[in-house]
Design a protein around this ligand. Structure first.
Ligand SMILES: NC(=O)c1ccc[n+]([C@@H]2O[C@H](COP(=O)([O-])OP(=O)(O)OC[C@H]3O[C@@H](n4cnc5c(N)ncnc54)[C@H](O)[C@@H]3O)[C@@H](O)[C@H]2O)c1
Ligand SMILES: O=C(O)C(=O)C[C@@H](O)[C@H](O)[C@H](O)COP(=O)(O)O
Ligand SMILES: [Zn+2]
Length: 363
């Protein structure tokens, strides 16, 4: 198994993703920051700190001020953004403050946006603690919070200085959260890596103890690092970073309309991947048999492919109108031409999307 760091290549904003001897590497990082006279602060959530009460101290963070926020999607909000800024301002943190996110995607996205905003930008580091944050959210610098009107509507592209991935932290992750992370793993297979998709199909299951886990996490990070290096701020006129949004036009609408936290992000992505596959089939880009192929793997990892409650189609369509990929008032979707190859697709008839929602259990 490869243990050396991966590099996200972004010229002066390049950074490493560390995978081995993480507590030791973190300790060295903290020592070097402190030796340079810099202050260190951490934002985390109560559940993570409860699950790993001594991890930070062992990784060199003893005597570090830690802001512990409530766990869950509703923490990715203006209120907790404001509270996090006050945490830094109350301590008179300077521009040399290094801010660490210790948690899942909620903490990573929020902390990154706090770092992007405080004093117009301070350094931040990611220590992801969920599968989802290890394979996706800790890499790439999309930071932000939700608004009542839509997911991730406020934020900034702000790259971390380094990412420290320690899969041992996943030992305490609840099974439902592990499954949610698999939503993004399956997404990577479907958008860019048929071999990964087929490897997932062949697995009996996957959990924190599986010998295959470390290589799968690294593979997802490598795909993301490449896509981000090629199109950091999602400005490509087609394809590019937007492809990482496979399934997300549907998923974000579900999360928003059902109420943040009702569906975990990865669960909504499971439904979104199924719908993106159906859309690709209806557009004549993939054979009908791929619907079953996709749904099988999504269900194999304990994720839904249909809604568990009847959301209103009109609300879902409204939420989609606020998707950041849209251009000139027109919806833009990510579809596939085959499993393992994604493309951006514009100009889809909204009646077709409404029909897909209906089949997913909306009304
Ligand atoms: N920035 C990006 O590129 C990107 C990518 C994907 C998802 N996201 C965002 O990430 C968020 C979802 O992240 P998430 O799935 O990590 O959710 P999360 O951060 O809410 O964490 C999930 C739950 O697991 C708990 N937890 C975390 N680590 C634990 C551990 N090791 N042991 C026990 N419990 C633990 C948390 O307290 C929380 O209750 C969404 O807001 C989504 O929009 C962002
Ligand atoms: O990093 C990206 O780019 C992604 O799209 C990764 C997604 O998994 C993630 O959910 C991201 O937060 C979605 O971003 P958004 O721009 O659609 O809000
Ligand atoms: Zn996502």
């Amino acid at each position: 198994m490869q243990t050396q760091a991966l590099q996200v290549q972004l010229a002066e904003r390049s950074y490493p993703i560390h995978f081995s001897q993480v507590p030791e590497a973190l300790k060295a990082e903290i020592e070097s920051l402190r030796a340079a006279g810099r202050s260190v602060r951490v934002i985390s959530d109560a559940r993570v700190l409860h699950a790993h009460p001594s991890y930070l101290a062992q990784a060199g963070f003893e005597d570090t001020e830690i802001l512990s926020l409530p766990a869950g999607e509703t923490t990715k909000s203006i209120d907790f953004f404001s509270q996090s800024l006050s945490f830094l301002a109350d301590a008179a943190a300077n521009r040399d403050c290094a801010l660490f996110a210790f948690g899942g995607g909620v903490i990573g996205d929020l902390t990154g946006y706090v770092a992007a905003s405080y004093l117009r930008g301070i350094d931040f580091y990611q220590i992801p603690t969920t599968l989802l944050s290890m394979v996706d959210s800790s890499v790439g610098g999309k930071t932000g919070i939700n608004l009542p009107e839509g997911k991730n509507l406020v934020g900034a592209f702000w790259q971390p200085k380094a990412v420290y991935i320690d899969t041992a932290l996943l030992q305490t992750l609840p099974a439902r959260e592990f499954a949610a992370g698999m939503g993004e793993v399956i997404k990577y297979g479907m958008l860019a890596d048929l071999e990964l998709f087929n490897d997932l199909v062949a697995l009996d299951g996957l959990d924190a103890n599986s010998p295959e886990l470390a290589a799968i996490v690294r593979r997802c990070c490598a795909i993301k690092a490449q896509v981000v290096a090629d199109d950091e701020k999602e400005t490509a006129s087609s394809g590019g970073r937007a492809l990482l949004n496979l399934g997300h036009t549907f998923a974000h609408a579900i999360e928003n309309v059902a109420g943040y936290g009702q569906y975990l992000h990865g669960e909504a992505v499971g439904i979104g991947l199924s719908l993106a596959t159906q859309l690709s089939v209806v557009l004549g880009q993939m054979p009908h048999s791929d619907i079953r192929r996709a749904d099988r793997v999504i269900q194999q990892f304990h994720l839904p492919t249909r809604l568990n409650q009847a959301l209103k189609i009109s609300d879902l369509m409204d939420a989609m109108q606020r998707d950041k990929k849209n251009r000139s008032g027109r919806l833009r979707f990510v579809t596939m031409t085959e499993i393992g190859t994604a493309v951006t697709t514009d100009g889809i008839d909204s009646a077709l999307i409404e029909q897909l929602w209906r089949e997913a259990g909306a009304e």
